[in-house]
Design a protein around this ligand. Sequence first.
Ligand SMILES: C[S@@+](CC[C@H](N)C(=O)[O-])C[C@H]1O[C@@H](n2cnc3c(N)ncnc32)[C@H](O)[C@@H]1O
Length: 256
Amino acid sequence: MVDSRQTSRANRGWWDGAADDYQVEHGDFLRDDGFIWCPEGVDEAEARLLGDVRGRRVLEVGCGAAQCARWLLGQGAEVAAFDLSRRQLQHARRIDLDAGVKVPVVQADAEVMPFADNAFDLACSAFGALPFVADPLAVFTEVRRVVRPGGRFVFSVSHPIRWAFPDDPGPRGLTSDRSYFDRTPYVERDGSGTPTYVEHHRTMGDWVGLIAASGLRLTGLLEPEWPDGHEQIWGGWSPIRGRNLPGTAIFTCTVS
Ligand SMILES: C[S@@+](CC[C@H](N)C(=O)[O-])C[C@H]1O[C@@H](n2cnc3c(N)ncnc32)[C@H](O)[C@@H]1O
């Protein structure tokens, strides 16, 4: 058992340490002011999962270097963004300075959001926070509090089926070697046994149940196919695996 406090502490340290390499490795693919939902390359400019954002108050959850928030700003949205990692937010500021824009960002944990009730019309998260947190119900409950009734929350996570396969972009990643139903979190620890990186697994049924339990209404689920001609590997996501297995789940919810 790794609780919320241990998970947040571990992942804050991990992302602070990994942020520089992460931005070097993935920055071009994400684009400084692009809104990419997943390694399959689903781009909000075409997908429009958030609908019309012009003039809308939009929150980005777990924003990293705030590439998505910067795209939203360019579309005429009023934006706020937050992330657990200070170093990721420093990258957001670096890009802002280069681009001559300013995305309002704050360091915070998705389980306790520092925003007023009904402060936003929309919220979004591209692999931010939800694949990692110990208590996604707390995140959904916070989204439901800060987004006004009738608003929308769209978020992407690793597709749950990936849990049952080795995280390998090659052929080895096509043979299941563990149980999809085993919710034991993936934990890396230092020499003293303290967690240094944590991912918690939810099955597809778990996600649907948690969304329903929070009072959000699930209105869409996209399982993007790997596009022909897309050769870029991202961790365990690759053309070889993408042809046979879904890698991402993008949930669209309405706040009731
Ligand atoms: C894979 S990145 C996604 C960010 C961005 N959309 C991108 O594609 O680079 C995951 C981000 O989630 C953040 N994160 C992890 N746990 C979080 C939490 N509990 N609250 C807020 N952010 C969190 C990490 O710091 C990291 O910046």
